[in-house]
Design a protein around this ligand. Sequence first.
Ligand code: V47
Length: 372
Amino acid sequence: MTPQFEDARLLPILDKVKAEERLTFDDGVLLYQTSDLLGIGYLANLVRERLHGDLTYYNVNRHINPTDVCTASCRLCAFGKKAKDPTGYTMSLEEVWHRAGEGYTEAVSEFHIVGGLHPELTLDWYCEMIRGLKERYPQVHLKAFTMVEISYFAKRMKISNREVLQRLIAAGIDSQPGGGAEVFSERIRRVICDHKIDGGEWLEVAREAHNLGLKSNCTMLYGHIENEADRVDHLVKLRELQDETHGFQTFIPLAFHPANTEMSHLPTTTGFDDIRNIAVSRLMLDNIPHIKAYWVMMSEGIAQIAQRFGANDIDGTVVEEKIYHDAGATTSQNLRRGDLLRLIREAGRQPFERDTLYRPVVRTETAFTILT
Ligand code: V47
């Protein structure tokens, strides 16, 4: 059946999608410019169902943010605090290990660990934190530290990114989250995150991590001052690195939340743009297996609709979320497994509990097994 596109410019893209042909930079810009949301949703859903059928993946995870003290002061961020700010916090190692256990009653299979760029905590401290978590929760996958944190540890310790990664792998990290990528355009980074590593270095650390056998995710922060070409440039750069390393598992488009940031004058993103970003990323990132609609960021309702516009993952239970809630998110801080199942089933998709590496998780009342 050939769909009726409102925008006839989508017809040549339909031919490419059917032929599994790579979309060009200009195709990407067109996908961002058209208002035919149902048209791009139809195209993205073709790819999504070709790759994953009816499955929507979720996991039972817990976020841990050991500190919000950060030397970077990015304009986009409401989470980071300056070292002298009395409202900032830094957990002790015991606190991190204890907090991790608070979500353990739901038998979490992943800890997602990121924090501010703390001026005093050492790499040894982080390695001890990781070793302590592994000892206490050996079944839990540790998805820890963004490329930005890795580069910061390397500079502080005056060692290479590779050595930092090797030490953290030896301590027990299993993979890395996708944060800190923002938008690679230097023109934009100068405004939104001028103290952060540049896009080239983010990609270089990811390359190094993948070469050492670590899988990672990747993200794009949209809805601030970037234009369509900046978005497509970002996606194409991720796609190029993925051709080389195959190390990215999942792409997560992240909507900018302006509240309590230095860019609080900007409007929040619309549901239309959130759904569009899901669809366009599914179409452009032909070599990244999974597209995640992160419910904390886009709301449960939009994340559910996204499952029919290109997304095949909805993230997890999360338990305690700070980065988006500091920036004004009004979504819940946590969902239970049953809530995720309901959201997915209502969207006409089949829930599939995964571990961080997308292997199936089988549960009994109190424990889980990962099928390898
Ligand atoms: O790196 C920070 C972004 C990221 C704001 O890998 C903001 O599975 C919007 O990376 N408004 C952290 N965004 C979140 C993240 C993530 C989330 C869920 C799953 C995964 C994964 C990764 O959030 C930051 C930054 O890009 N961010 N401040 C803000 N005001």
